[in-house]
Structure formats: structure tokens, C-alpha cells
Design a protein around this ligand. Structure first.
Ligand code: NAD
Length: 437
């Protein structure tokens, strides 16, 4: 057929102000990679292995059609990224959020890889998410999103291949649906396919508190290094969800004074200390901190720069940036959230002499007890809470001191020390296994 004489005009270029194409400072994958590159350089990583570790193993994008209660059909986008599985089955949470992007999921999957290697548990790293707003969904809609997403990625899931856990806006309930969907497809019960399940169905005692408990343990160790103690330390916590509220509660139980807390709805401050059990009760009843009458409300952003000894960002990523880092007054930052500090802010914090407990260590308590849960499910033998907490304590303190040994040996920041430990462990496994290339 001959060419038409007049070509149809080409469509106008679409310029989409995609979050992913913004400044590298806000691109979580680039931020993670900057730290990885630094560690790889110091480790003198072989160029081939460097390329392998810079790329995710598998990236899955699925459409998730869901029948809304109104009878309308909605289609959500779901992701699952397996970053590296050389050390064991991929392990990583699933988040339901409107801000989920592939770049973010990739970064979080890589973080999981480094985190599992850092605390030396036999898992690789993965992450998943569905772009949706669970606050506008009924329980039935949430269940249908969960089940359809699970069915769409079912080939990757499995106790020996990829084991999800809760993350932002997902919880025990969601994990129970994932486990049920997977088990229905496999025609028998497979509890070890997810962690963070309800205790009644194979979850581990202490899992719900594990991430916050891990934050408390490493903060106590960091304060010890500075000649301080949790007793009497002033702590500000951003995010009052699973991680933040439990970290605040456990630190307060160790004698810390919680001077500030915040969530999406607002921030609270009290120089003489907040009553954490009372705050927890308020949030259970009102589902938000805003309106709490026993403390002063402050601007949400102010929480990060209040006078305190310890700052625990436990909400979301990129909250400590080059803009607010100079104003931070804390002596210790315990990164409860994943990626709360940008690479540019890292430099500022280092110059200020702030002791940063990097996310891949600070919030590793969750995946550590997830590992315990997986072990218990596979063994069919369950531990008491004290055993779980003692074993968590031992892994967190050991990892903290391994990080400090690396800091001292290589004269690097705590973050780079963590990356060096983690990247070297993953690289060592690749070297031993050899590359099937
Ligand atoms: P969550 O949904 O239970 O709580 C998040 C909290 O942050 C909520 O209180 C929310 O209102 C608040 N928040 C959100 N945006 C905020 C903002 N701009 N300012 C102040 N508060 C804000 O989630 P979670 O499980 O506690 O997870 C929090 C972070 O910790 C995430 O980065 C997650 O990836 C990370 N993390 C969680 C676990 C875990 O076991 N839950 C483990 C490792 C890492």
C-alpha cells in the first residue's frame, strides 16, 4: 500500500508532571542508589556484580479490576518488585496508597534487600503496592482489591519465593485475606506465605510491636554511645501509626519524655511530656491526633525541628530534606520510616554531628520478627512473647554494634556503614553461588 499523501498530525507531546521525574532528591530509587554507589565504591565491588545489584530482578505491573459497592467496575494499578533473592525468598510489605509509584516500590524492594542482609536473616528483598485510597473504600472493597491483587501476582508469591507483610495502610486483616487467597489457589493452608498475620492464624507474638521495639532498642544503644540514656531523653515522633506509636510507647516505658508527636491530621507538643497511653486511647477513639485536648497543637512541619534529644521520623519518606535539616535540633535521629532522609540532608546532618540510625537498621525489627514468624509457621511450633523479644533484642543489638565497628574501621557515616555491611553480604552470596549468566 502506498503512503497516504497527507500524514495525520502527530499527537501533542504529553508532559506529565510525574513525581518520579522530579528532583533526584525526591526520587526514592535515586536516593537509595546514591548510597548504594557510595558503599559499592568503598567496597571496590566488581563492575559486573555492581550492575547486577543495581537492577531489580523482577518488576510486575498488574491491573486490578474491582467491583465497587455501587456496582461500578474500577481498575487499580498494582506493583510487585523482587529486587534480589540471592540470600533467600524475597521479603517485603504491601502498601495501599495513592502515592504508590513503581520507582517507590523499586526503592523499597532494594531497601528490603539491604535490610535483611544487614540484620543477617536469610531473605532477599521485595515490595508491592496498589495505587488506591483505602480511606474511601468499604471493608468489602478492600477485601476485593486485596484478593484480586493477590491472584494477579500469585506466581511470584510463596514461602520459598516471595513473602509479603503489612506496610502503609495494610494490616493483619489484609494479610489474612492474602493468606486465604493464596491457600485457596493451592488447595491447602499455607500460613508461611505472609507475615504480620493475626496471632490466631499463625502470626507471631510480638510482631505488631516489633518495628517500634527495634527502634527503641537501637535508640537506647545510640544514646549509650553518646553517654546518654533513654531515661529522661526528650523524644519527638513523626507518625503515630504502627511504628511511631509503639516506638513512643516503649521509649516512654523506658523513661523517655515524649515531647512531640504527629500524624496526618496534625502535631502535638508538650515540653513536660505527653501521656502516651492516653494518646493511644484518644487515637483509638478518634482515629487521629488532632483535637487532643491535653497538649498544644503545633504546625505539622514544626515537629521535626522541636527541641529534643531524639527525633523518630516514622511516617513516610523524604521528610528530612536540605530545607529543614539545618534546623533539626535532635542529637539522635532514629529512622522508623523507610527513606525519611534525602541524600542531600544526610550531608547536613553529618556536618551537624547528628547520630543517624539509618532506616535499614532502625526499622529492621519488623522484618526480623517477620522472619521469626515464617520460621515458626514452617516449623509449626510457636514461641512465647518473651522468647521473640529476647531474640529480637539480640539481633538488633548485634547489628547495631556491627554497624559501629564498620563506622570505626572505615571512618564512614552510619548509613554508609550499614550499606557496606549489607551490600558485601549480598555480593558474597553471589560470588559463592556464581552467576548463571
Ligand atoms: P501506618 O500507616 O500505621 O502509620 C503511618 C503514620 O504516619 C500515620 O499516623 C499517619 O497519619 C502518619 N503520617 C502520614 N503522613 C504524615 C505526615 N506528612 N506528617 C505526619 N504524619 C504523617 O504505617 P506504619 O506501618 O507505621 O509505617 C510507617 C513507616 O514505617 C513507613 O515508611 C513504613 O514503610 C515504615 N516501616 C513500617 C514497618 C512496619 O512493621 N509497620 C516496618 C518497617 C518500616
Amino acid at each position: 500500500m502506498s503512503e497516504p499523501a497527507i500524514k495525520p498530525p502527530s499527537p501533542p507531546a504529553i508532559i506529565r508532571p510525574d513525581k518520579d521525574t522530579f528532583l533526584a532528591e525526591e526520587n526514592p530509587f535515586e536516593a537509595m542508589m546514591e548510597r548504594f554507589d557510595h558503599a559499592a565504591q568503598l567496597l571496590n565491588l566488581d563492575p559486573g556484580l555492581y550492575k547486577v545489584l543495581r537492577n531489580p530482578e523482577k518488576q510486575i505491573i498488574v491491573s486490578v479490576p474491582v467491583l465497587r459497592d455501587s456496582g461500578e467496575l474500577e481498575v487499580y494499578t498494582g506493583y510487585r518488585v523482587l529486587y534480589n533473592t540471592s540470600r533467600g525468598p524475597a521479603k517485603g510489605g504491601i502498601r495501599f496508597d495513592l502515592n504508590v509509584t513503581l520507582e517507590e516500590v523499586k526503592a523499597l524492594a532494594a531497601w528490603m534487600t539491604w535490610k535483611c542482609a544487614l540484620v543477617n536473616i536469610p531473605f532477599g528483598g521485595s515490595k508491592g503496592g496498589v495505587v488506591c485510597d483505602p480511606s474511601t473504600m468499604s471493608m468489602g472493597e478492600l477485601e476485593r482489591v486485596t484478593r484480586r491483587y493477590t491472584a494477579s501476582i500469585i506466581e511470584t508469591l510463596g514461602p520459598d519465593s516471595d513473602v509479603p507483610a503489612p506496610d502503609v495502610n495494610t494490616n493483619e486483616r489484609v494479610m489474612a485475606w492474602i493468606m486465604d487467597t493464596y491457600s485457596m489457589h493451592h488447595r491447602h493452608l499455607v500460613t508461611s506465605v505472609v507475615t504480620g498475620k493475626p496471632v490466631e492464624m499463625g502470626g507471631s507474638l510480638g510482631r505488631r510491636e516489633a518495628t517500634g521495639r527495634g527502634c527503641m532498642i537501637v535508640t537506647r544503644e545510640a544514646l549509650g554511645k553518646l553517654g546518654m540514656s533513654l531515661k529522661g531523653a526528650r523524644v519527638a515522633v513523626q507518625g503515630f501509626g504502627n511504628v511511631g506509636s509503639i516506638a513512643a510507647d516503649l521509649m516512654a516505658k523506658e523513661g523517655a519524655v515524649i515531647v512531640g508527636v504527629s500524624d496526618k491530621s496534625g502535631a502535638l507538643y508538650s515540653a513536660k511530656g505527653l501521656d502516651v497511653p492516653d494518646l493511644l486511647k484518644w487515637v483509638r477513639e478518634h482515629r487521629q491526633l488532632a483535637g487532643y485536648p491535653q497538649a498544644d497543637a503545633i504546625a505539622k512541619d514544626q515537629l521535626l525541628t522541636v527541641e529534643c534529644d531524639v527525633l523518630v521520623p516514622a511516617a513516610t519518606e523524604n521528610v528530612i530534606t536540605r530545607k529543614n535539616a539545618p534546623q533539626i535540633k535532635a542529637k539522635v535521629i532514629c529512622e522508623g520510616a523507610n527513606g525519611p532522609t534525602t541524600a542531600a540532608a544526610d550531608e547536613i546532618l553529618e556536618k551537624k554531628g547528628i547520630f543517624v540510625i539509618p532506616d535499614i537498621l532502625a526499622n529492621a525489627g519488623g522484618v526480623t520478627v517477620s522472619y521469626f514468624e515464617w520460621v515458626q509457621d514452617r516449623g509449626g511450633y510457636f514461641w512465647d512473647e518473651d522468647t521473640v523479644n529476647r531474640r529480637l533484642e539480640s539481633i538488633m543489638t548485634r547489628s547495631f554494634h556491627e554497624m559501629m565497628a564498620m563506622v570505626e574501621k572505615h571512618k564512614v557515616s552510619t548509613r554508609i556503614a550499614c550499606y557496606m555491611l549489607a551490600v558485601e553480604r549480598v555480593a558474597a552470596m553471589h560470588r559463592l553461588r556464581g552467576m548463571y549468566a
